[in-house]
Design a protein around this ligand. Structure first.
Ligand code: GLU
Length: 372
């Protein structure tokens, strides 16, 4: 069996609180330097890496001198705010040692549910990757309430995998992977080397088992794998202290529990997009634009649009129709209806002088477009 990671070009790597903070004792510079070294090697292999790191609350707790995890929401949020400074600092200096820049991104659930923020987060992440920077993501714990919480960074890692169409999600944790039952209680428990992400039997195996530091147990990891698979990403759950774990996975060695997705990446992401979003307007395409979309698989440019119908904001899903009114495609529009009306029939190079800014050169990028 070989590693699902070997051929992945874009990876999300999630590290949990107990690993990052040495079981709650405080940030572990050696472990972090070790992952930074391996991630730098992955970058040198041409892979793009986004890091999702927990540990803000655990580190803040140490810095603020709490003996045990506080229970008050605002105390936890204060811990997160203090600890996040430590995370940002240690990641920046650990990656700098390999001449890699880092960028801090703090997200909430509301950022993913709001189409405009979703698009902005996606564009910024992709731009950072293009710049060769390693984005370091955490939940924006200081502002979240229950309604907008991801709750755990396993889920956040999966959503980020959906967001940037990563091919793989690696969840590094303090366990070696998934067992068929709790090995501490059941001597006949077997290690699960490989399974299909989304297989319901896995959820029964994983039931419960969390640690007191982070918020995710094995079950949240299994559910994260299921979610990541919706956009075609495979997931590996592995022990973060395993010697050169990331490098060995990238070289094809099967380590930990590998959960494969049986969907093609882009098709699944588009499906995911359409499942979640409702259409709110129409753009009418000239015959040239219809041909570009349908026969050449190109993006929709403003120049090919002759009418914009309805009121919608940036990030809305719009239906593209031809001159006879027949639906051709649906996609996420980079401009709201007002701006779209001002730039329709115009070349992309004119957008800046008309609007005073450019969101994207395309009206709808082909990655965000589904032909009907
Ligand atoms: N965002 C939390 C932190 O940085 C961790 C959430 C989790 O445990 O997954 O402390």
């Amino acid at each position: 069996m070989s590693s699902l990671i070997q051929n992945a070009q874009r990876l999300i790597i999630k590290v949990g609180s107990s690993l990052v903070t040495n079981d709650g004792r405080g940030l572990d510079p050696e472990a972090i330097a070790n992952w930074a070294r391996q991630i730098a090697a992955l970058r040198a292999m041409g892979k793009e890496v986004v890091l999702v790191s927990s540990g803000a609350i655990a580190e803040g707790r140490v810095r603020l001198g709490f003996e045990t995890r506080p229970t008050g929401v605002h105390e936890l949020q204060a811990c997160a705010a203090v600890g996040q400074m430590g995370l940002a600092q240690i990641y920046e200096s650990s990656f700098r040692a390999h001449e890699l820049g880092t960028a801090q991104i703090l997200l909430t659930h509301a950022d993913m549910a709001d189409r405009e923020r979703y698009l902005n987060a996606r564009s910024t992440l992709l731009t950072l990757l293009r710049f060769g920077v390693v984005p370091v993501i955490n939940e924006n714990d200081t502002v979240v309430t229950d309604e907008i919480k991801f709750g755990d960074n396993d889920t956040l890692g999966a959503l980020v995998a959906n967001l940037v169409e990563a091919e793989a999600l690696i969840i590094l944790t303090d366990q070696r992977g998934l067992y068929t039952a709790d090995p501490r209680k059941n001597p006949s428990a077997q290690f699960v080397h490989e399974a299909r992400a989304g297989d319901l039997a896995l959820e029964a195996m994983a039931g419960g088992a969390g640690s007191s530091l982070g918020s995710g147990g094995m079950l949240t990891k299994i559910l994260a794998a299921k979610r990541a698979a919706r956009s075609g990403a495979h997931t590996v759950i592995a022990w973060g202290r395993e010697d050169n774990v990331l490098l060995r996975l990238a070289q094809g060695e099967a380590i930990g529990t590998q959960l494969h997705s049986d969907r093609a990446p882009l098709a699944a992401r588009k499906q995911w997009m359409l499942d979640h979003l409702q259409t709110s307007g129409q753009v009418v395409l000239d015959a040239g634009a219809v041909g570009k979309l349908r026969d050449e698989g190109k993006s929709l440019l403003a120049i090919g649009v002759c009418e914009v119908r309805g009121e919608f904001s940036r990030g809305a899903v719009v239906t593209c129709v031809d001159l006879a009114g027949q639906a051709i495609a649906q996609g996420l529009c980079n401009y709201g209806s007002g701006d779209a009306r001002r730039i329709m029939r115009k070349a992309s190079s004119e957008i800046e002088s008309i609007l005073g800014f450019v969101e994207e050169p395309e009206l709808i990028h082909r990655d965000n477009l589904v032909l009907m």
